[in-house]
Design a protein around this ligand. Structure first.
Ligand code: WT7
Length: 656
């Protein structure tokens, strides 16, 4: 069996069973012993292993006596009778332990402005911000939508929300007013925290106007206040009843805040992600289990030594990577990290590598798409920098093609650094499959082995585990601490989407292969989810945006292999008779691209919009996306004999 033509497998990610392996570097020998110990402990008693991790990595105000309650499967409860405060675990306890002077965040603004924030300072900021939120009427269980650039206030907001037992829902700043509105409505947010604007490639991209627009839309009356950080210094409109400046409220708030303990299953955040339907899913994560696994994976996968490492994860807080590996994992572990607002190459090519050198970054965690973009820009750019402090590299977001893997290791890692390729998802909350430094022999392109405590298995159509050398569907057979606790407002969809395809198993939506040595190769999505630059996009959501345009009668969207972004969005549209008359194809294609950008966000803009007279449909009317993918990728078109009109694909290929 092979998974139904995985959408995202590009030709260069073909499994190679006997790819070169690399032995661990000498500095990992000691950690290897510890990491091997983790495997043994987890194999001996999985639940006891997780309980040990929770106890040793976190401070509990009320120790838990119950590890896992799976009686309401698939809605797990971990450490449920324990109590803790998530923010206190990320902040105050490090200060109490005498590490208040350690830098928590080296912030580098896009324009070169910098801030150095110690654990003591971050703790003080979050305490004051917690009081500020309370003063604005936010209490336990209330939802706060966060729409901010990647600046320290974003981290402070998330932790302050967590500190008072409220629930944050971060919306990536690249999403449109309409996407923001839909999330505000679904979450029933009481407060929106935003900025006037953020810096991007030398100019300000405004954020507050999108919030204003979103709040004129339906279903947003739950919002009482908008709290605005001054960052872009762009002019903004002001609603006196509703809007508050961060700097005013922050100064007014009391400086000290005593953290209250909350039960481990207290919701921590909702993060929206695209699925196979038009409506994004609000993935819900809770406190104790999530923080345990974020801290555990961050410490062990990245081999963190908090007293000496300088860690940098390049993700934005708008994605799960930013939640688990910018905010919660590193801060729970008391690590020093870099937070950078801008893009890799502004104002000059090589800005990223200058940041690595100037802060002495030791561990870098980024996405294959960024590695490929750096490859394209040329090796002379990183070669002109030292990069000598780097000792471990991480990859996330999509399968990393062996060419990018090799380049990352040789040019960035100077052949010294291991690369950990980490497979996980918004729903899994934390890394699930990865090499462990010092233990696993590295294999470029393979996600490799489930982490200790994780039961990742590849199964066939009938849910049976496949043998080495075979492919199938990636599933997780046992519950794990940071697993999603559901979909906000829609428990049935949670069961339906993840737990019904293979009874008793979590179905990830990815195809995967087990090689002869038992390593897992993730091959990409087997559903209608695309992966563009490591970000998840739904074909259905983009199609529904397109048909929302008055000139569009029908639309079909596919993810096509793209050299830099992994996949790119390609849309095929049939115009209404009216719109089709005397159409300027180029202008219309551009208008539709912009339309999608406005409806969903710039990341969802199709690379190409092809205006077609008809779509390839079977006699029963089902659109054959496989053929559209062939056309979008410039391949020979596959079998068209089942089409109602077998000639249509030739017409479409001519229009590409
Ligand atoms: C999907 C999850 C996890 C944070 C970033 C994306 C793909 C992610 C890998 C990897 C192969 C990967 C999968 C997965 N994916 N990391 N290392 N190797 N594929 O989070 O938006 O929830 O997307 O990203 O297809 O299902 P997400």
């Amino acid at each position: 069996m092979s998974p139904t033509s995985p959408d995202t497998t590009s030709p260069d990610t073909e499994p190679r069973e006997d790819g070169p392996t690399f032995p661990p570097s000498p500095e990992f020998v000691a950690d290897a012993v510890a990491n091997a110990g983790l495997h043994d402990a987890a194999a001996a008693d999985r639940e006891a292993f997780w309980a040990d991790q929770a106890r040793s990595l976190l401070d509990w105000r009320t120790p838990f006596t119950q590890t896992l309650d799976w009686s309401d499967a698939p809605f797990a409860r971990w450490f449920a009778d324990g109590e803790l405060n998530v923010a206190e675990n990320c902040l105050d306890r490090h200060v109490r332990a005498g590490n208040g002077e350690r830098v928590a965040i080296h912030f580098e603004g896009a324009r070169g402005d910098t801030r150095r924030i110690t654990y003591a300072e971050l703790t003080a900021d979050v305490q004051r911000a917690a009081n500020m939120l309370t003063d604005l009427g936010v209490g336990p269980g209330d939802r706060v939508v966060v729409y901010l650039p990647l600046i320290p206030e974003a981290v402070v907001t998330m932790l302050a929300v967590a500190r008072i037992g409220a629930v944050h829902s971060v919306v990536f700043g690249g999403f449109s007013a309409e996407s923001l509105r839909a999330r505000i409505e679904d979450a029933g947010a009481k407060l929106v925290v935003t900025a006037d604007g953020g810096w991007r490639r030398g100019t300000v991209s405004p954020l507050k106007p999108a919030v204003d627009e979103a709040l004129t839309g339906e279903g947003t009356d739950t919002v009482e206040h908008v709290l605005v950080v001054r960052r872009g210094e762009n002019d903004v409109e002001w609603n006196d009843d509703r809007d508050r400046w961060w700097h005013d409220e922050f100064t007014k708030a009391a400086p000290e805040h005593e953290a209250q303990a909350f039960p481990a299953e207290t919701p921590l955040f909702i993060l929206y992600t695209s699925g196979t339907t038009g409506k994004p899913k609000g993935i819900v994560h809770t406190s104790g289990g999530y923080l345990t696994q974020a801290a555990y994976t961050h410490r062990n996968v990245f081999d963190m030594h908090p007293e000496k490492d300088v860690y940098w994860c390049t993700a934005d807080i708008g994605w799960i990577t930013g939640h688990s590996y910018v905010v919660y994992g590193p801060l729970a572990n008391g690590v020093t990290q870099v937070l950078y607002e801008g893009t890799p190459d502004e104002p000059q090519p090589g800005r990223w590598w200058d940041i690595v050198d100037s802060y002495g970054v030791t561990v870098l965690y980024t996405a294959p798409t960024a590695v490929r973009a750096a490859m394209k820009a040329g090796r002379q750019i990183p070669e002109a920098r030292s990069l000598e402090t780097l000792r471990l590299l991480g990859s996330v977001g999509e399968p990393i093609n062996p060419e990018a893997w090799q380049w990352y290791r040789q040019v960035i890692g100077h052949d010294r650094t291991p690369i950990v390729d980490t497979w996980w998802q918004t729903e899994t909350g934390a890394i699930m499959i990865s090499a462990l430094p010092g233990v696993t022999k590295l294999k470029p392109g393979a996600a490799q082995t489930p982490l200790p405590g994780i039961t990742a298995e590849i199964v066939d159509d009938d849910g049976r585990r496949v043998d080495p050398g075979e492919g199938g569907y990636l599933t997780i057979a046992d519950p794990w601490p940071s697993m999603a606790r559901g979909i906000w407002n829609d428990p049935d969809r949670f069961v339906e989407t993840y737990w019904s395809r293979f009874p008793g198993r979590y179905f990830a939506g990815d195809g995967a292969r087990l090689d002869g040595q038992g390593d897992i190769w993730v091959q990409g999505r087997v559903d209608d989810v695309m992966n563009v630059s490591g970000h998840r996009l739904s074909t259905a959501e983009i199609e529904s945006a397109l048909v929302g345009h008055e000139g569009v009668a029908e639309a079909a969207v596919v993810g096509a292999a793209d050299e830099t972004t992994g996949q790119a969005v390609v849309a095929f549209v049939i115009l209404t008779a009216e719109a089709a008359e005397g159409v300027d194809r180029e202008a219309t294609a551009k208008e539709l691209r912009d339309w999608v950008g406005k409806r969903i966000g710039a990341i969802a803009k199709p690379r190409q919009v092809v205006i077609v007279p008809e779509l390839p449909k079977t006699r029963s009317g089902k659109i054959m996306r496989r053929l559209l993918r062939d056309a979008a990728e410039g391949r020979r078109i596959g079998d068209t004999t089942t089409l109602a009109d077998p000639t249509i694909m030739a017409t479409i290929a001519d229009l590409m």
